[in-house]
Design a protein around this ligand. Structure first.
Ligand code: ZN
Ligand code: ZN
Length: 225
């Protein structure tokens, strides 16, 4: 098998433990060289609101503004920083639509989802326009066989994709979502999953609806921050 990002041949690694346990082999899908381009975020050295890497686990100034606006803040974690390697990855996965690239972070993403132990896992949906052009929801692609609850939907076709908006435009975006079945949310611990945390605007819009529907708790996770 070759590295999904640079196409160099990957060494097959067999360890005795894997063979004796008779579990399916978890071979890496990218090479060491490509792997070093990504920077992991240690949740113990990150903002507890947005997952931004920082020395101390205090709420950052952006999250303090959300706290001020809503009276609560998200509890978000991200696996990796949104650095150049991650930007290039997202470009190839989402905008060039290389669906094989979902495998690069899928295993880690699913492990963290299981670790977060939510009652309902809810992916942030893409607009119908994006779905029509890209052909897949990049968040769903990362989830493998994780059971998801698809009750969050776009209200109507949003004319401009989030990725084409400025930071100011993103922050001004009105509520884009509706919850199709609010009853199932009541008393539940919800995990919202997205690919990138940019301003937090999208996740806060979604979280507002789940809070209105009286969920017990909300946590959120993205691949990048
Ligand atoms: Zn590589
Ligand atoms: Zn923060």
């Amino acid at each position: 098998m070759n590295c999904l990002l640079c196409n160099t041949r990957l060494p097959v690694r067999l360890c005795l433990g894997d063979l004796l346990a008779l579990r399916p082999l978890q071979q890496p899908v990218i090479c060491e060289q490509c792997h070093t381009g990504f920077t992991r975020i240690d949740p113990n050295h990150a903002c507890p609101g947005c997952g931004r890497p920082q020395e101390h686990p205090h709420l950052c100034c952006e999250c303090e503004q959300w706290q001020h606006q809503y009276g609560w803040h998200l509890n978000h974690q991200a696996l990796y920083t949104y650095n150049d390697a991650m930007k290039e990855y997202m470009q190839r996965y989402k905008f060039l639509g290389d669906y094989r690239l979902r495998h690069v972070f899928a295993v880690e993403f699913q492990q963290r989802i299981r670790h977060l132990q939510a009652d309902l896992v809810v992916p942030i949906p893409v607009t119908t326009t994006t779905m029509a052009t890209r052909g897949f929801n990049q968040v769903r692609g990362l989830l493998g066989d994780i059971e998801v609850t698809s009750i969050l939907h776009h209200r109507a076709a949003d004319k401009i994709a989030q990725s084409h908006k400025t930071r100011h435009q993103r922050l001004q975006t009105p509520q884009p979502f509706i919850l199709s079945n609010p009853v199932v949310v009541r008393g539940k611990r919800i995990l919202l999953v997205d690919d990138i945390y940019t301003t937090g605007r999208t996740l806060y819009h979604a979280a507002v609806l789940f809070k209105k529907a009286q969920c017990r708790e909300i946590v959120s996770l993205s691949v990048a921050r």
